[in-house]
Design a protein around this ligand. Sequence first.
Ligand SMILES: Cc1cc2nc3c(=O)[nH]c(=O)nc-3n(C[C@H](O)[C@H](O)[C@H](O)COP(=O)(O)OP(=O)(O)OC[C@H]3O[C@@H](n4cnc5c(N)ncnc54)[C@H](O)[C@@H]3O)c2cc1C
Length: 360
Amino acid sequence: MKTWDVVLIGGGVIGLSLALELSRGGADVAVIERGEPGREASHAAGGMIADLDPVLPPELRPLATFSARLYPEFVRLLQDESGHKIDFRRDGTIDLLEHAIAPEPGTGVRSLSTEEVRVLEPKLTVQGFPYFMPENAIDPRDLVTALVLALRRRSVEIVNGSPVQSVLTEEGRATGVQTARARYVAKSVVNCAGSWAPQIAPLELPTRPVKGHMVALAFPAGTPGADQPPVLRHVIRSRWCYILPRSTGRFVVGSTVEPAGYDKTVNTYRIQRLHHAATNVVAEFKEARILEAWTGLRPGTPDSLPILGPTSIDGYFACTGHYRDGILLAPGSARALAQVLQTGRSEIDIAPFSPSRFNL
Ligand SMILES: Cc1cc2nc3c(=O)[nH]c(=O)nc-3n(C[C@H](O)[C@H](O)[C@H](O)COP(=O)(O)OP(=O)(O)OC[C@H]3O[C@@H](n4cnc5c(N)ncnc54)[C@H](O)[C@@H]3O)c2cc1C
């Protein structure tokens, strides 16, 4: 029976990014996915790479900064390797904050006058305290498509439709994983199962699903918003909602934060509220058409920090619980955990995210 260097449980953006990083380092990797890769939270995400968002937990800032800095090169290499074009936008974010902040020197964050906002975004309803943040944004669906293509080109095994039931252990060491149909033998195993991480025996990694609704808007030809240039160029964050312009002409509006178990049904009222929220930011959205509405389950954790690093079982690692920031954190978490797997340590400190804080 074949022995893999690393078997990853779950093919979301986190598992796929880690698989790529490990494969680039020469490891023989398999990704075992319950359904289809990249169809859960990673498909639902807006795609803000919001490393400068003032609401990020302070403990997360070093990893967020590290990951955001990796992004341009990560995308460039991924496009080359996959042959898939990724919608990666570098126009920045206008954050309409509810109160003034003191921007950290060197971050490029700066407050904007009403006149400056009008120049940057003439259609925006100026409210609160506007700040410019030099953040990037990505279409997460492009990202996961490119990751799958790049992994296939590298002959990384991606097994679809195979829920992992448990991590196999022998004398306190992980030896592989068990699905209903097969057993995969490995030197190391990583749980990247997002909101479903606790369902994999024998350790109950404490992630829980946090539902979010999203809606995609676009302007039919002939409506005021369909004129060029587009009604928005920057990502907008406001107390009502956030809006991400895509290069396809879509505008993605999010999002709700709801504890709803594993229920992913779309609630029409919540979608209408999001559409209405977008009209508070740019009045033209009244004329926009709803192209798509969906939900996704963010992998939340008790302290809203990821669970990253070795567990109490030798050879069994966690890379999950990225909650609202898994797109932002994917390259950074993947780089850090790949280094831990390959050399025992990482260039960025991941101790604050250790599973040991939950006695696991
Ligand atoms: C509405 C919404 C908006 C968001 N917006 C942003 C944003 O703008 N920026 C940002 O940085 N983040 C955002 N996020 C958060 C981000 O989407 C997540 O943090 C990230 O996608 C988590 O990735 P993941 O790979 O851990 O989880 P997932 O993408 O959920 O992947 C987990 C995978 O594991 C598989 N799996 C589960 N159980 C098993 C099993 N037993 N065996 C095998 N496979 C299994 C699942 O099928 C799934 O494919 C948003 C999330 C939502 C829901």
